[in-house]
Design a protein around this ligand. Structure first.
Ligand code: SGN
Ligand code: CA
Length: 535
């Protein structure tokens, strides 16, 4: 392939003698970078070694930061899957693009950045999880998982109909991606590739090759595992995402039903993804997970709440991190392919997640809250010749900014109604051109699974102010510098009265700027009523 690239390059001057009337615009076009957008689902930054090596080594994902930029203050505008994806594609907040929660349908009349890139001459492809309930627009080719998708033997929706592929979803998503790059890439065009993993989403099923090693590991406990929510409001106290109370033995932690029966434990959900295994896969699964169940059965009677929390946390981490091992290996396959094809230099590679995730912090799994672990998201970007390798960027950036960044990178002007900011100045190291001092957040999916109440809020580098406005009317304030683990709500503390007043003013200004005037407009109330979620 290197040879054929050389051939094409050496032909360019010859071709130009006859046909380069518009030489400058052609040169510009040829330089437009490829974009490889890699996103996993529910990948907390705590589980990427470029951020912290307490839990897992992710050498391939880290490579993106080692050869590029690591963002330590990247966040989402609405910490839930499909809404985050809609924000990324449209460059607009949820209340503007309409996809406020996983249930509301994505309005396909929205203009998305892939549509604009495709129109501007990019070849576009998407593989993996989208989770919109409808097909993406603006892609020359896509193969996407229906809804949440399955870990084993997953079904894919393609332009030619549905197909089921035997094997493990993370490997398959990568095979599809590499197959497209190898066989159907138009080498005369720059490309946008959206390579979107299901992992490490619940129910955290690792690849067979990782069962053994990961189920033998013991992980350090997060500092806030036994949070009692003492200073916080109703929302944190009533959320249903506690490792002790809400994480299920069978569905989440893979203790088979027959074992639970002998212990008189009955659960509301069944075996979930384990039902997808074929007999050969099931035999391998059982060879590892059955002995764990037997051991659990033996010890269960001696466990109290605290030891059971720790046991559940360890089982959770073993499987969650096991799924990440496969993501990391597969990211390595894609990066290696870019190297082999000489594509690395002119390709912007980004690794992110649709949001962060609780890995036991505050006693939780899942996401949704504006507290850091789910508000913040990993963000690593490599773009040789633009980004200085090994840089760390602490400015506050959001998934809202991606669309405009990619458009600027491709020299395509962004529509005026996109609401983010291009990250280009930061990528170029021109921090002085970046003046954002606060970001806005709004979460809507309630009543729903995990029972996290609706809230909006503002974050600055120093503080976070949140308003839980639905069902309750409660405010919370955190001092991010003094209390980075967000254990002390200081909203009522008189010492912070001025801060509260200033932040409320700023919050109003942000809500005006982003045109978020209604807490829940009629349109959404109707959708929620139709679904029987509210009366
Ligand atoms: C599923 C999960 C939830 C998760 C939501 C949203 N339950 O409903 O635990 O919060 O997805 O996740 S499961 O029974 O399907 O595992 S999201 O990433 O799609 O937003
Ligand atoms: Ca998600």
């Amino acid at each position: 392939m290197l040879k054929s690239n050389f051939l094409i390059l050496s032909l360019i001057p010859l071709l130009c003698i006859s046909s380069c009337s518009d030489k400058t615009s052609k040169e510009k076009k040829q330089k437009r970078p490829n974009i490889v957008f890699i996103m996993s689902d529910d990948h907390g930054y705590q589980a990427i070694s470029a951020y912290s090596d307490k839990l897992i080594q992710t050498p391939n994902i880290d490579r993106i930061a080692n050869e590029g930029m690591l963002f330590t203050n990247a966040s989402v505008t609405n910490s839930i899957c499909a809404p985050s994806r809609a924000v990324i594609l449209t460059g607009k907040h949820s209340h503007i693009n309409g996809k406020i929660d996983n249930m509301t349908p994505f309005d396909t009349t929205n203009v998305t950045f892939p549509q604009l890139l495709q129109k501007a001459g990019y070849q576009t492809a998407m593989f993996g999880k989208l989770h919109f309930g409808n097909n993406p627009k603006g892609f020359d080719e896509f193969k996407i998982l229906p809804g949440q998708g399955d870990y084993y033997n997953p079904k894919f929706i393609t332009q030619k109909g549905d197909t089921t592929i035997q094997g493990y979803v993370t490997d398959i998503t990568t095979d599809l991606t590499l197959d497209w790059m190898k066989k159907r890439r138009d080498t005369t065009k720059p490309f946008l590739l959206m390579y979107l993993h299901k992992a490490p989403h619940r129910t955290w099923m690792p690849a067979e090759r990782h069962y053994k090693n990961f189920t033998q590991q013991t992980y350090p406990l997060p500092e806030t595992l036994f949070d009692d929510y003492k200073t916080r409001g109703t929302a944190a106290k009533t959320a249903e995402m506690g490792i002790l109370e809400d994480m299920l033995f069978q569905y989440d932690l893979k203790i088979p039903e027959d074992v639970l029966k002998t212990m008189d434990i009955k659960e509301r959900l069944g075996a979930g993804g384990v039902n997808q295994l074929n007999p050969a896969q099931k035999a391998k699964w059982d060879s590892i997970y059955r002995p764990i169940a037997a051991n659990f059965m033996e010890n269960y009677g001696r466990m109290n709440d605290s030891s059971l929390t720790v046991w559940k946390y360890q089982r959770y981490m073993q499987d969650y991190l096991g799924t990440i091992a496969a993501v990391d290996e597969n990211v390595g396959r894609v990066l290696n392919y870019l190297d082999e094809e000489g594509l690395t230099e002119n390709t912007l590679v980004i690794y992110t997640s649709d949001q962060g995730f609780y890995l036991g912090e505050h006693g939780w799994f899942d996401k949704r809250f504006m507290y850091d672990e789910s508000f913040k998201t990993p963000l690593l970007i490599r773009w040789p010749n633009v980004i200085t390798p090994k840089t760390t960027e602490s400015e506050m950036v959001q998934n809202l900014d991606f669309a405009q960044t990619f458009l600027e990178a491709a020299s395509v002007s962004a529509p005026d109604d996109m609401q983010g900011e291009s990250l280009m100045p930061l990528l170029k190291g021109q921090t002085e051109k970046w003046d954002r001092d606060a970001v806005y957040y709004h979460y809507y999916e309630y009543p729903a699974e995990h029972a996290v109440k609706r809230h909006y809020g503002i974050a600055t580098k120093d503080f976070k102010l949140m308003h839980f406005y639905f069902d309750v009317n409660e405010w919370e304030l955190y001092d991010r510098k003094k209390d980075p683990t967000e254990m002390n709500n200081v909203y009522q503390n008189p010492a912070y009265a001025d801060t509260v007043a200033q932040l409320k003013e700023k919050l109003i200004a942000l809500r005006e700027k982003y045109k978020d005037s209604d807490v829940l407009s009629e349109q959404y109330i109707d959708i929620y009523k139709d679904k029987g979620l509210i009366e």
